[in-house]
Ligand binder design. Sequence first.
Ligand code: FMN
Length: 362
Amino acid sequence: MSQIKFAYWVPNVSGGLVVSKIEQRTSWDIDYNRKLAQLAEANGFDYALSQIRFTAGYGAEFQHEPVAFSHALLAATTRLKVIAAILPGPWNPAVAAKQIATIDQLSGGRVAVNIVSGWFKGEFQAIGEPWLEHDERYRRSEEFIRALKGIWTSDSFSFRGDFYRFSDYTLKPKPLQQPHPEIFQGGSSRAARDMASRVSDWYFTNGNTVEGIKAQIDDIRAKAAANQHSVKIGVNAFVIARETEEEARAVLAEIIEKADPEAVNAFGDAVKQAGKASPEGEGNWAKSTFEDLVQYNDGFKTNLIGTPRQIAERIVALKAVGVDLILTGFLHYHEEVVYFGQQVLPLVRELEARQATEAVAA
Ligand SMILES: Cc1cc2nc3c(=O)[nH]c(=O)nc-3n(C[C@H](O)[C@H](O)[C@H](O)COP(=O)(O)O)c2cc1C
C-alpha cells in the first residue's frame, strides 16, 4: 500500500504563507528554517519546497534564492528531500542541470526541482526578462524540462528547440539519483495539465475542493495514459489543526479579518492578469475569491481546517481521488509541523491501513 506523502512550503520569503497582519511565529531566516527542516523530517514529512521570488510585492519583502537555500537545508538534514523552485527565463537549463547535479552529489541524492512558469510580470520587468504570454511560458517550460532530462540522462546531448539549443553536450558528473532528480511543476491551467501529462514527474496544483481536484486529475491521467507517461499529483493546503473545530475556524476568521486588503487585491489583479492569456480560464486563481487569495495558492479551499480527525479524513478523501502528496503551509511553522506530525499523521496512517484491509477483504 502506498502512503500519501507530505511536503511543506519552505518560508524562504518573509511574511509567512498568508497576506495577513495576524501574528505569525514563522521566520524566513536560515536558522529558523534549518530547525524547521529537522523538525519536519523527524515528524514524518517527506519533502520541503522552496520558492522563487525575485522581487518584493504583495508581502514577501525579503526573498532568499531557493537553490542555494535548498542546499543549506539538505546539509542540515539526513532524509528530507528538498525541492528547489526554478523559473525558466532567469534560469537557463544548462546552469540549472549543473547546479542540481552537484547538489544531488553533495546531498546523497535528495534534491528535486519545481519548474514554475511565472505569474509576476512586474518581477520579470524589474530584472529585464522578456515576459512571454501564458501558453508560450509553458512551451518554454516544457523545453526546459526536456533539456534537463536529456542533460541528466544522456551523453552527447543535442537539442534544437525554439528556446534552447544543445550540441553534443555531456554533463559530468551526472546526478546521483537515477534516472534523474524528480521534476515537479506548478500550475493548473490546461497548458499546465498538458505539460504534466507529457514530461513532469509531479503536478503541483493550488488548493481546491475534492471535486475540483478530481476533475484535474482525471484530465491529466487520461492524457498521460495516451502519452504513455505517468505523473503524480501534489495539492496545496493551508493547515489549521486545533483541538476543536471552533478554534480552527476562529484562526481562519482572524487571518482573513487581519488580511492586508491592498496587498491581497494587488496580488489578485496580478495573478488574474498573468492567467488571462490561458484561453479556457481554468488556471490557478481563475475562480479565487478575496478570502481565497489571502493564502497565495488557494490553500484554504482544500479545507484542512479543523480537528486532527477531520483533517485526516479529508486527506484520505483526497487520496481516494488520486492525490499522492499534500503540500502544507502553517501559521506558526515550528509548533504546527510538530503538532501535525504527532496528532494528524498517525490518524492518516490508521485510516490508510484500515482502507487497505477493507480493500483486501472486499
Ligand atoms: C505548488 C506551486 C508552487 C509554485 N511556486 C512558485 C514559485 O516558487 N515561484 C513562482 O514564481 N511561481 C510559483 N508558482 C506559480 C506558477 O509559476 C504559475 O505561474 C501559476 O501556478 C499559474 O499557472 P497556471 O496559469 O498554469 O495555473 C507555483 C505554483 C504552484 C501550484
